[in-house]
Write a protein that binds this ligand. Sequence first.
Ligand code: SAH
Ligand code: SF4
Ligand code: F3S
Length: 444
Amino acid sequence: MKKVYLETYGCQMNVSDSERVATSLVSKGYEITTDENSADIILLNTCSVREKAEQKLYTRVGRLRASHVKKPMIGVMGCVAQLEGETLFKKINGVDFVVGTRAVGRLSDAIQNVLEHGRGYSDLGEREFDYDWSVSDAQLHSPYVAFIPIIEGCNKFCTYCIVPFSRGRERSLPASDIIRNVLQLRRRGIKEIHLIGQNVNSYRPMTESGLEGFEGRTPFSRLLRAVAATGMERIKFNTSFPRDFHADIVDAIDEHENLCNWVHLPVQSGSDDVLRRMKRLHTIERYFNIIDKVKSSPRDVSLTTDIIVGFPGETEDDFLKTVEMVEYCKFDSSYIFKYSPRPGTPAYEMSDNVNAGEKTRRFRHLEEVQRRIQNENLQRYLGRTLDVLAEKPAAKSDGDLTGHSTCHRVVNFPGEKVLLGETVKVAITEIKSNSLYGEVVAAA
Ligand code: SAH
Ligand code: SF4
Ligand code: F3S
């Protein structure tokens, strides 16, 4: 039996693809191993969103070739595979095959092909008509939390972003399939699902089957209500795209306890000029209106975002507008990135005139502002009791368990392993820099 070691970089979509690749390989007689040294085949599921992410692939293959005793077969899948295709064989010494983002269902064919004909096989084709989106229990990344793709690809073409090129055009999965999947996962003991996609608010299925009874609303908020009606304990979703984020999403959260009180809404910049050049299709005024709507919810919805500093042509004044915007929105957390030029995107052609030192200065300044706001925000949880799903033993402290609150904060607490998979009420006693700490007061 051939042993496969799978390593995943990048976003939840890659994690989700890896889960299905592992499921299908096991059904075809392969064994998935967590020990890379015993593997006959190593699969690298790659990310291309920033230069650093892409660089990881090159160093990783080099190291594998130099140190691995078994000389395993190496396959590259994911976004770098889709973008580079056969050029990877020339760029890196030691890659045996390349499988693109929509060809993941045919991974075993690629392995078979290399076994029979040697290295150099690539498949960048479309998904099969009857592609199986299901994941077996053993291959879920968590026994209690599952990712469910609802829309793949992206049509937005933000000028800095490679994703529309690596993931192709938007395609929504049928609502009836999604709901069937949620019901099945619930029966299998899953407590929390994340509906995932590059832009979940752009969800637009070809048929309305499964969304009946929620007319007059956007398809995504109808899907949210339909998924809420399955009785799944906790439902989260990301990522949201500001232009397509409508108030009815917040209304759905207000009306359904199992739709979690967390919204991830990447803003990217606080300057309308920069947003226009990024082709984000929203203005800061529109973004503030959404933030006001989210904050007016009686449910204390936590709000997170992504921000890019140092986009081509970003002036000091533009940057200060981003700082102001962060002060206004008071995000519970933000992922801040330095702009990274991606070949093939429109921004790559713009002159990247913010030098590396300046990018770092802006990055650090914004990080500091965010950290202060975040700490102030977190104080509101002191003394409060949060519903926390006990997901796994905490990595750093013996005897502690870790999990997430409904508002997607990491919460650690002392607890026995029998609590794993349970939702418990945790009274918050301490605020740490990126997490909360507390004591279990009751089962939720
Ligand atoms: N679909 C999501 C996010 C996709 S990528 C959205 O539209 O918001 C995740 C984040 O990576 C983006 O939100 C952006 O902040 C960042 N990112 C994407 N391309 C980048 C680039 N070229 N340089 C730096 N950050 C980038
Ligand atoms: Fe990239 Fe923009 Fe699409 Fe998000 S919406 S994946 S940032 S192009
Ligand atoms: Fe990276 Fe591809 Fe996701 S570029 S962020 S793995 S869609």
